[in-house]
Design a protein around this ligand. Structure first.
Ligand SMILES: Nc1ncnc2c1ncn2[C@@H]1O[C@H](COP(=O)(O)OP(=O)(O)O)[C@@H](O)[C@H]1O
Ligand SMILES: [Mg+2]
Length: 247
C-alpha cells in the first residue's frame, strides 16, 4: 500500500486533480511553523498511519499553540519547539506529514467526509459501487466512524443538511465526486498501482469544493456501508466483490 506521501506526490503531478489536494509537506520544525502561520489549522499524520490512529489537529492562537490528538479538549503549548516535540513524539523524522486543515462542511457542528467506493466488476472494469458521508463524533477531529464515535449517513442527506443544497445541486455534486473518483483510479492504475477495490476519502468544504483526503487502494471497509439504512450500496458492493472473485 503506497504511503500517504507517495499518493500525494502521485496526484500532485496530475493536471486536474492537483487542485483538489490540500497543501501537504513532510513535517519539520520549519514546515510546521510555516503551515501554522499560513493556515487556520493543520493536520499532522503519519505517512503510513491508518484508521484515524494518532491523527493530530493543531493551530496557533494569539498567545500559544493548541492541539488535539484524535478527540477531546485541546492541549496547550507555549512554544513552537514544545509543540513540535509533542506532535512528533519521538517518531522518525520523514515519517510524518503536515497538511492544511480543510474547513469541512458540517451537520450540527460535526464535520463530515465522504467515502466513495469504486470496484472492478467480473469483467475487470471499474464500477461506481456507492458513497456515504462519515460524520464525526463529538469533539473528534477525525470522521473515521469507529475511532471517532461518529455515524454514517447518505451523501445527499449530508449535502442538504450542511450546505442547504437543492436536489439539483446534490445531483451535480454527486456527479462531480464520481468523476473525480474515476480520474483518481485511472491515474493510479495508469502509473502501475494495482487495485480491484478502492475507497476514496473526500472532503467537501464550506464553499462546496471537493478535496482529496486519502486514497485507499486496498481492503477498504465494506461494513461501513452496512451502517446505512438503505442497503442498496452494501448489496452492490457485495455483489461486485463476488463477481470479481468468481472470474
Ligand atoms: N487536511 C485535513 N483537513 C480536514 N480533516 C482532515 C484532514 N486530514 C484528515 N482529516 C480528518 O481525519 C480523518 C482521517 O484522515 P485520513 O487522512 O483519511 O487518515 P486515516 O488513514 O487515518 O483514515 C479524515 O477522514 C478527516 O475526517
Ligand atoms: Mg481515511
Amino acid at each position: 500500500m503506497p504511503s500517504k506521501w507517495k499518493l500525494h506526490q502521485l496526484y500532485s503531478k496530475h493536471s486536474s486533480l492537483r487542485k483538489h489536494l490540500p497543501p501537504t509537506s513532510l513535517l519539520t520544525k520549519k514546515s510546521l511553523s510555516q503551515y501554522l502561520n499560513k493556515y487556520q489549522a493543520v493536520y499532522i499524520k503519519g505517512k503510513n498511519q491508518h484508521t484515524g490512529l494518532g491523527m493530530i489537529k493543531a493551530w496557533k492562537t494569539e498567545n500559544d499553540y493548541r492541539f488535539v490528538k484524535v478527540q477531546g479538549k485541546p492541549l496547550i503549548e507555549k512554544s513552537i519547539n514544545n509543540l513540535y516535540h509533542k506532535v512528533t513524539d519521538g517518531r522518525p523524522i520523514q515519517s510524518i506529514l503536515v497538511q492544511k486543515a480543510i474547513d469541512l462542511a458540517s451537520i450540527n457542528g460535526r464535520p463530515f467526509s465522504i467515502r466513495l467506493m469504486l470496484m472492478r466488476d467480473g469483467k475487470r472494469e471499474w464500477q461506481y459501487a456507492g458513497m456515504l458521508a462519515k460524520v464525526s463524533g463529538e469533539d473528534s477531529i477525525v470522521t473515521n466512524v469507529r475511532r471517532g464515535g461518529g455515524y454514517a449517513t447518505t451523501v445527499d442527506d449530508a449535502l442538504a443538511k450542511s450546505l442547504g443544497y437543492s436536489s439539483d445541486q446534490i445531483k451535480r455534486k454527486n456527479e462531480e465526486i464520481i468523476r473525480i473518483g474515476f480520474e483518481i483510479i485511472r491515474h493510479a492504475t495508469d502509473t502501475g498501482y494495482r487495485s480491484h477495490e478502492t475507497g476514496i476519502d473526500l472532503g467537501i468544504d464550506n464553499n462546496g469544493k471537493v478535496w482529496i483526503i486519502e486514497v485507499n487502494l486496498s481492503y477498504p471497509s465494506h461494513a461501513l456501508f452496512n451502517r446505512l439504512q438503505d442497503k442498496t450500496f452494501y448489496r452492490k458492493i457485495k455483489s461486485l466483490a463476488a463477481e470479481y472473485q468468481e472470474t
